[in-house]
Design a binder for this molecule. Structure first.
Ligand code: CA
Length: 384
């Protein structure tokens, strides 16, 4: 009798130490029905493509990390680099990152927003966002005119080429979310409320803080949420209007979060990460710090996030798709009532790092693969 009493108690104690804190989930079961997906290469030969947007005419505007913005035509051929793109800090993870069309972008062109790592004084760098008018030239290229820098992350950091974020997403109220990172060597800045390191930023389209009052006393007014390590995926759930993000952990501990204004997501005070050289980073939980909705151990190196709303894959409606760089996969998350109830691993056969994922106007899911010489745009449709 004694051993029977002890076994369940021991099991509970182990779960409390090794498992997630209340509210966080990991390792969801596979969905009952496996997806049947056909993956076709639409464009190839890109250099570290990072972000993409579909133009109203169906062509694709794509960034290449070394600093080029290009248009991929309907034939899958990339046009000449668009002129007028600002100089970028193209080292390590730095360079030209995301791209976002202005809400009123039309057939004739319009404003585009780009995020990038910006060279600063003395060899330092930091994330920045610029806006410019994309004037199409009718020959597959164009010019970015009237370029204005609307956001400069502070402080700039020296001696690191990593963790710049950065995705750009329109909030339902017209605000612009900009995700950032901890710059790798500036972890100590992340919990500082006046520093723009390791934060989700919310701006008006001209770059001023979206809300005049800070989200919490002492916070920079541009900060929406704090305590983030490196967010390279962000999307709005059209069903709820809520922002969702994915961020990289170190060794383990990639996270899916639903960042809310004025909340602190914990890095590096709490995490499910270990240092690359060993040892846990922080505690698993602490009062006042938010748990992730979901986390991955080991890491898949999360980059790119899309929430599917199309008709081509009816069974995918409302599912979240997360690009994996290290895992060379696309993670499909079935999310119900804000919780992940199933996870399916797709595209491992591609054996490519997946940098971004977007739903196209055709209802297909489109992914960007990361490679120095043969980065691709891959179109996913239902397999027959
Ligand atoms: Ca966290």
């Amino acid at each position: 009798m004694r051993s029977l009493r002890f076994v369940p108690v021991f099991a509970v104690a182990v779960a409390a130490i090794a498992g997630p804190a209340a509210g966080a989930q990991t390792d969801a079961p596979k969905p009952e029905q496996a997806s049947r997906v056909k993956a076709e290469t639409f464009a190839a030969g890109l250099s570290h493509p990072w972000g993409m947007q579909f133009l109203p005419d169906g062509r694709i505007l794509v960034t290449e990390k070394p600093g080029r913005l290009r248009i991929v035509g309907k034939d899958g051929k990339a046009g000449a680099a668009i002129s007028g793109v600002p100089d970028v800090f193209a080292k390590g993870q730095g360079g030209l990152l995301d791209v976002l069309l202005a809400k009123d972008f039309g057939e004739a062109g319009g404003d585009v927003y780009i995020s990038y790592s910006e060279p600063r004084e003395g060899g330092a760098a930091a994330t920045a966002v610029a806006r410019g008018r994309l004037v199409l030239d009718g020959a597959g290229g164009g010019t970015l005119e009237n370029v204005t820098t609307i956001f400069q992350q502070q402080p700039a950091i020296e001696g690191s080429t990593s963790h710049f974020g950065s995705r750009l997403v329109w909030a339902p109220d017209g605000g612009l979310f900009v995700t950032t990172g901890d710059r790798g060597n500036a972890r100590a800045e992340v919990q500082k409320p006046a520093s723009l390191i390791g934060k989700v930023i919310k701006l008006k389209p001209d770059g001023v803080a979206a809300d005049a009052a800070p989200a919490q006393p002492g916070w920079d007014a541009k900060i929406w949420s704090m305590g983030h390590r490196n967010i390279q995926g962000a999307a709005i759930d059209p069903a709820t209007g809520q922002l969702w993000t994915v961020e990289h952990g170190a060794r383990g501990g990639d996270e899916l979060n639903q960042p809310q204004r004025g909340k602190n997501y914990g890095w590096p005070v709490i995490s499910y990460s270990n240092e690359y050289f060993g040892g846990a980073i922080g505690e698993k939980s602490q009062a006042g710090l938010e748990q992730p909705v979901y986390y991955w151990v080991p890491s898949i190196a999360t980059s790119g996030l899309a929430i599917y709303t199309g008709d081509l894959f009816p069974e995918w409606k409302g599912n979240f798709f997360v690009g994996g760089l290290r895992g060379a996969q696309l993670a499909r998350l079935v999310v119900r009532d804000g919780a992940v109830v199933a996870e399916e691993t797709l595209l491992q056969d591609l054996e490519q790092r997946i940098r971004d994922v977007r739903q196209g106007p055709d209802g297909a899911l489109w992914v960007l693969t990361d490679d120095a010489r043969d980065g691709q745009i891959v179109r996913l449709t239902p397999a027959q």
